[in-house]
Design a protein around this ligand. Structure first.
Ligand SMILES: *Cc1c(COP(=O)(O)O)cnc(C)c1O
Length: 380
């Protein structure tokens, strides 16, 4: 029996020829032709005024944290149900991540809890759009405006995701994207920062280029380049950008394949879920999701483990995540958690993610559905 992998990078087509173009050229470092093409493509898709490709989604978040001048004594509100990068970008600046719970409908930041967690030290909110399903951006934008807080969207899941027709990652000051090979579009490791405040673009370019004004120099805006600010090296090589551009070329194909899998799960699991007290992922109104992930919630933690084992016995890999960050070793040491995070704590022990990638066939989806629907909660 062939194993159905949880995630597998999809070869869109032009990866090798684009890589060969770079290797035949003299520009292997960053910010060459492929980086420019991929950046333009990204701003056209998202409508963001500008974007910078980075070496990872984590580095995009770190770049945002540097440009916002986050530092010791500052607090930043973060949902506890997320990947560690959302919080580590804050902690690396010496600022304090303040963890709050998520809401049941979307597993996104509970904005009421965030409002209650604001103190005079709060500087920003790092919000996650879990599965590319938008958080409550109306309430969040109001809250941020009322307290003069920056919003950084961790939009690692949400390329091709919209709220009221507007692309996610363009609502906050910054939006961070990831091109890790578990994401919809990949170059192995990579990311991008969408920069929605034009006044911060120049500083972001400098921080990304080792604290130098090399980007200005290359555009002829200064006549020599030098060290002008704090910085690091967050720019990807042309090799990565070439692979990324090949994936962007096949945007429609990749998204169609992923949506077919997502829709196949939703239709195939519906009756079984209703009958057996299983909750399926839902997408509330006004939100267009990108088929990044598909999850379901089993009734109990024991069901979660037994369901995963049942799939594994049929060579289907289905993991769970996230360990809520407020309850993690580093989260306890580096963060602060003003209120209980019961929703995240409960869902983490009931959630299972099903395989979702563009390589899956209709037969694969049928096989996952038939093994999943054979499971009876509480029947161990
Ligand atoms: C993948 C991911 C990241 C990190 O992206 P990398 O490119 O792997 O650094 C950050 N946040 C979330 C929610 C993610 O899923």
């Amino acid at each position: 029996m062939r194993q159905i992998m949880f995630s597998k990078p999809y070869r869109a087509g032009h990866e090798e020829s684009y890589l060969a173009e770079v290797l035949a050229s003299t520009v292997w470092h960053g910010d060459g032709e492929f980086t420019k093409r991929a950046t333009t493509w990204l701003t056209e898709l998202t409508g963001a005024p500008s974007a910078l490709l980075t070496t990872s989604g984590t580095h995009a978040l770190e770049l945002a944290a540097v440009v916002l001048d986050l530092g010791p004594g500052d607090e930043v509100i973060v949902p506890t149900f997320t990947f560690p990068s959302t919080a580590t970008a804050i902690a690396l600046r010496g600022a304090t991540p303040v963890f709050v719970d998520v809401v049941p409908e979307t597993l996104n930041l509970d904005v009421e809890a965030a409002a209650a967690a604001v103190t005079e030290r709060t500087r920003a909110i790092f919000v996650v759009h879990y599965g590319g399903v938008a958080a409550d951006l109306d309430r969040l934008t109001e809250l941020a405006a009322a307290h003069d807080l920056a919003i950084v969207e961790d939009n690692a899941h949400g390329i091709g995701a919209y709220y009221d027709g507007r692309h996610l990652g363009t609502f906050g000051t910054f939006g961070a994207q990831s091109w890790h090979d578990t994401k919809n579009f990949t170059c192995g490791e990579g990311g991008a920062l969408l920069i929605n405040d034009p006044e911060l673009l120049e500083r972001a370019e400098i921080v990304r280029e080792k604290g130098t004004n090399r980007s200005l120099f290359l555009r002829g805006q200064v006549d020599k380049y030098t060290w002008v600010d704090q910085g690091s090296s967050f720019l990807p090589s042309e090799l990565q950008s070439a692979v990324l551009m090949a994936q962007f070329d096949c945007y429609t194909e990749i998204q169609q394949k992923r949506h077919a899998v997502w829709d196949g799960y939703a239709a195939g699991l519906r009756d079984w879920a209703t009958e057996h007290g299983v909750t399926l992922m839902t997408v509330p109104e006004r939100r267009q999701h990108p088929a990044h992930l598909y999850y379901l919630l089993l009734p109990t933690r024991a069901d979660q483990q037994a369901f995963i084992a049942g799939l594994a016995a049929e060579e289907i890999v289905a993991p769970f995540h996230y360990q809520p960050l407020h309850d993690s070793p580093a989260g306890k040491q580096l963060g602060r958690t003003p209120f209980p995070c019961d929703v995240a704590g409960d869902r983490a022990h009931r959630l299972v993610r099903l395989p979702l990638h563009a390589n899956l066939t209709e037969a694969d989806v049928d096989r996952v559905v038939s093994v999943a629907t054979a499971y009876r909660p509480g029947s161990r």
